[in-house]
Design a protein around this ligand. Structure first.
Ligand code: COA
Length: 101
């Protein structure tokens, strides 16, 4: 029997805090709340995020939250007059719910 998979239960997150609120754990808490909402309420299958390869604060956040790096998009972001590479990160429902039942 063929099961039906909903096509659109995927999401991408973006976030930005003003510098006064950096290094206090607030971004981590906010992204965790988004993942909880996405997986537990919206029943999403996968949530992804992109991050400039030099953005160490955001890379650390994505790794701390349990996202896995899946690849790199070369010269995809136009920032400061240059083309910047972007890592793609994602977390699956099964990974998140195992750590956050
Ligand atoms: C990306 C961004 C949201 C990360 O914010 P952040 O404050 O560094 O992220 P977190 O909330 O995870 O905070 C982590 C730091 O807070 C500290 N911290 C203090 N109290 C904490 C707490 N109660 N819980 C967790 N961390 C805490 C930790 O020491 C941690 O630093 P460490 O990992 O070096 O030890 C922020 O840099 C930003 O808005 N940047 C500009 C926009 C941007 O780049 N957006 C992302 C585009 S991809």
């Amino acid at each position: 029997m063929q099961t039906s998979i909903p096509k659109y239960n995927k999401a991408e997150i973006h976030y930005s805090l003003i510098p006064y609120y950096w290094n206090k754990g607030y971004a981590f808490e906010a992204v965790k709340a988004l993942l909880n909402f996405g997986f537990k309420r919206l029943k999403l299958h996968r949530i992804q995020a992109g991050v400039a390869t030099g953005n160490s604060n955001s890379i650390k956040l994505l790794q701390n939250i349990g996202m896995k790096q899946e690849g790199i998009h070369r010269e995809i972001l136009p920032i400061g007059g240059k083309w910047i590479d972007n890592f793609s990160y994602a977390i699956l429902e099964v990974d998140f719910l195992e750590e956050n039942p």
